[in-house]
Design a protein around this ligand. Structure first.
Ligand code: SF4
Ligand code: SF4
Length: 415
């Protein structure tokens, strides 16, 4: 069977650059005045593509993580270790470090860079700059870059930010300078998990038995392998499915007018993409799809605002003129929508539905994602029902959230 001798490597490199660019740019992008993707730890909020999720909506984040983990396992069953060779940041770090080393004239053997002292020094300066930029970018997923740069000159960043920046820079520098492929080969558990998940449908890079007879033992595939393994000896746990050996063989064979011998196939039986019509793929795919639908439905139907109400702990209840009580409340209104909105709070007796007057801050305009505390007094009959229902309404008077509270009994209040 003849196959094309087009090289795969340039596509892998383009994908890695694209992902790096995305990683660097995402923290700078905004939607509705908020970061596109950011975790606000002090505010307990997650900004995600125009949505602002608060800690109470963590169930959506957990569901999202579940979908991601299941999808990741599905991708592993279908595409094997393509994640390792094509998408994993550790591989990108290793490729970047080795690529820079080669450009500076260094040789790479057994994960070590060998060459002139000057080139190695230059390389380590580059590693430090890359580590610092990557660590700062990671931080910008927690502190908006504009905020970061405005606070930097006055050294006004929180201590945790400085510690994170220093630690991540150090770890990345060590990774670039020393660890690189060692992590994939000796420490990363994913390779071991993938070995357990490999099935007769998994995309596998190998030298098919039928092609072995055409191998000229030139060794180009072994020399090209960053993990220093010999793909001709079959599937090995160290293989990251990067396809460098495949490209090397294609180059050698192109010179002889033949197709490359090393191939990606779904399973080892050469059944093509039909191999994917397998219960081991279809069942998890259906589960991922169902959970994804559930997540989208829940996210789409989430309330646009929330209301929390509590009797004030600092201002005591008072008996007003006649037979009326004044109870002080603190309310927290959260605008979860993508636009600024004006909200109004009203109250009613939860048993009879009789409206109860509120005095104080019962109306506010909130920016998207803003959470604000409002303080007001509820005026109620001293001998009425203790249960009160509060309603938060939008500009058109439509109820968007409710909250309940219980009042202290009248005979406990002072005159
Ligand atoms: S054997 Fe081939 S695909 Fe596997 S790591 Fe080596 S070069 Fe990459
Ligand atoms: S590059 Fe191809 S021909 Fe050369 S040793 Fe590897 S498999 Fe054989």
């Amino acid at each position: 069977m003849k196959t094309s001798n087009r090289l795969i490597g340039p596509w892998r490199t383009r994908l890695q650059w694209l992902l790096c660019l995305l990683f660097l740019l995402l923290p700078w992008l905004e939607m509705n005045g908020n970061s596109l993707v950011r975790i606000d730890i002090p505010g307990l909020r997650l900004y995600l593509f125009g949505q602002v999720l608060r800690i109470e909506e963590l169930y959506l984040v957990l569901l999202g993580i579940l979908v991601f983990v299941l999808a990741f396992l599905l991708v592993t069953v279908v595409l094997g270790r393509v994640w390792c060779g094509w998408l994993c940041p550790q591989t990108t770090i290793s490729d970047l470090a080795e690529g820079l080393g080669r450009r500076l004239g260094l040789r790479i053997r057994h994960n070590r860079m060998q060459g002139s002292r000057r080139s190695r020094l230059l390389l380590h300066v580059a590693f430090l700059a890359i580590a610092l930029l990557t660590a700062a970018t990671l931080l910008w997923y927690f502190i908006a870059p504009r905020d970061f740069w405005s606070r930097l000159p006055g050294l006004d960043l929180p201590a945790a930010a400085w510690i994170t920046l220093a630690l991540v820079t150090l770890l990345l520098y060590l990774d670039l300078g020393l660890v690189r492929r060692l992590l994939c080969r000796d420490f990363c558990p994913y390779g071991r998990i993938q070995t357990a998940l490999v099935s007769p449908v998994t995309l596998t890079l190998h030298l098919p038995p039928g092609a072995r007879g055409h191998c000229i033992d030139c060794g180009a595939c072994v020399r090209a392998c960053p993990m220093e393994i010999d793909i001709r000896q079959g599937l090995q746990v160290e293989c990251i499915s990067c396809a460098r050996c495949l490209d090397a063989c294609r180059r050698v064979m192109a010179g002889r007018g033949r197709a490359g011998l090393i191939r990606y196939t779904f399973g080892l039986q050469g059944r093509g993409a039909r191999a994917l019509l397998d219960v081991r793929v279809l069942l998890p795919a259906a589960a991922v799809l169902a959970l994804l639908l559930l997540l989208v439905t829940l996210a789409h139907n989430r309330p646009v605002a929330s209301l929390k109400v509590a009797v004030s702990h600092t201002v005591p209840q008072r008996r007003l003129d006649g037979d009326r009580l004044g109870t002080f409340f603190n309310a927290w209104v959260d605008n979860r929508g993508q636009k600024a909105a004006t909200y109004t709070i009203d109250a009613a007796d939860a048993t009879t539905g009789t409206p109860l007057p509120l005095k104080g801050q019962v109306r506010a305009r909130l920016a998207p994602g803003e959470n604000r505390r409002l303080d007001f007094v509820l005026v109620s009959p001293a001998r009425g029902s203790p249960a009160v229902r509060f309603t938060l309404r939008d500009e058109s008077g439509r109820p968007v959230a409710t909250a309940g509270a219980r009042l202290a009994l009248a005979d406990k209040t002072g005159p």
